[in-house]
Design a protein around this ligand. Structure first.
Ligand code: PLP
Length: 401
């Protein structure tokens, strides 16, 4: 590649703003393809005998086989890295496969993870139920706002701290800078699941976090494709790619990577719209007499701190507790006409779900309680419809109880 284009590539990742990076990040005007092309191919020409040897030994960078790397996937990884302010990225088949890969890489054969109980139910279940079978233990900090609780959970064999920010579905916002300092005092990396914030609202690596993971199946892909990603130092991405990633095969399909690249070009505008709509709906619910509590960072005792920690907004996810428990929550859910009853987050259309019996149904009743989820809690993924129509729909559904 000519020298000039390398310069452009570097500056694109360092100086440009998120709105521009979603279109130009990780690329350069010297690229042949204006839009990321789709490389629906498995094996790449290895060139000479000697080059093949060097590629397989990791002594030269280049495309070998799509399970390991692919030009379309590479474009997605570079764009995500640029958006997150990371050196490099590794795309995976789903958010869960990204988290699993991370756990295997760092904590296999007797390692330990510290996280909080404010995480997606699937992640909770992976750490609690599946990982012990592979020799990996996890401690779930019950009060994640208490430094002492994090410190008390750290053991000699702890490999990383893992935090989801904001958390699904209670929208707890964490002080990433502070948690990174705490992790580093113990010489541990801080991993942040930045799925709900997206790099448009928060860039954890710039705040001191070491690794960011994403479910790309949410805002990034606008509900069209499944995918995941790990972002961090290039040496770490290289190690993971050459290790558990290559040998277990949780790669993303190039088709999905291409679709993700297209959707990411509109991420900034979409996320801002989700934020605006969610804020309007949360305000309506916070004043409703049949609502016991609204889980959105603009409300509650931590609201001032939350504004400081996420000044760009809080995203489109929220939850609220219907007075009267599961029976009433069920009646509200079943009366909604505009909200789809579905398990995703971050789509154009608004979605509703009852976490205690679905996304977080793998938690026991005491675990649910500790995680702040009650039988009356409904989770809303606020879409990009006119928010007044969403309010009208919620209003008629709440009238039914
Ligand atoms: N992280 C968060 C915050 C999630 O909400 C989810 C899924 O809902 C995941 C990770 C897992 O992602 P995926 O469904 O892409 O495997």
């Amino acid at each position: 590649m000519p020298k000039k284009s390398k310069k452009i590539r570097k500056s694109a990742s360092v100086k440009l703003r998120p709105k521009t990076l979603e279109i130009h990040g990780g690329g350069s005007i010297a690229d042949i393809e204006i839009r990321p092309g789709l490389h629906r191919v498995i094996g790449f020409s290895l060139g000479s005998f000697e080059r093949a040897k060097r590629l397989f030994a990791g002594l030269e960078e280049g495309f070998i086989y799509t399970r390991v790397n692919n030009p379309t996937v590479d474009k997605l990884e570079k764009r995500l890295a640029a958006l997150e302010g990371a050196e490099a990225g590794l795309a995976a088949s789903s958010g869960m496969s990204a988290i699993e890969l991370l756990a295997l890489h760092f904590a296999h054969s007797g390692g330990h993870i510290v996280t909080s109980n404010r995480i997606y139910g699937g992640t909770f279940h992976l750490f609690r139920e599946r990982m012990p079978a592979l020799g990996i233990q996890t401690t779930f900090v019950e009060d994640p706002f208490d430094d002492k609780a994090w410190e008390a959970a750290i053991r000699p064999n702890t490999k990383f701290l893992f935090v989801e920010n904001p958390s699904n579905p209670t929208l707890d916002v964490f002080d990433i800078k502070h948690l990174a300092q705490l992790a580093h005092q113990h010489k541990l990396p801080l991993v942040v699941d930045n799925t709900l914030a997206t790099p448009i609202l928060l860039q954890p690596i710039k705040l001191g976090a070491d690794i960011v993971i994403h479910s790309l199946s949410k805002y990034m892909g606008d509900g069209e494709v499944i995918g995941g990603a790990i972002l961090g130092k290039k040496s770490l991405m290289d190690d993971m790619r050459a290790g558990w990633f290559r040998d277990t095969g949780p790669c993303i399909a190039p088709d999905n990577a291409a679709i993700l690249c297209y959707h990411i070009e509109s991420l900034f505008g979409r996320v801002k719209e989700h934020c605006r709509n969610a804020s309007v709906v949360a305000k309506f619910l916070s004043r409703h007499p049949k609502v016991a509590q609204v889980f959105y960072p603009e409300y509650g005792v931590r609201k001032t701190l939350n504004q400081r920690l996420m000044p760009q907004g809080f995203g489109g996810l929220m939850a609220f507790e219907v007075k009267g428990g599961e029976k009433k929550a069920k009646a509200v859910l079943e009366s909604l006409k505009l909200f789809w009853h579905a398990a995703n987050i971050g789509e154009a259309r608004s979605l509703v779900i009852h976490p205690a019996t679905t996304t977080h149904g793998q938690l026991t009743p005491p675990e649910l309680k500790k995680a702040g989820i009650s039988a009356g809690t409904l989770r809303l993924s606020i879409g990009r419809e006119d928010p007044q129509d969403l309010i009208d729909d919620l209003s008629q559904a709440l009238k039914k109880i």
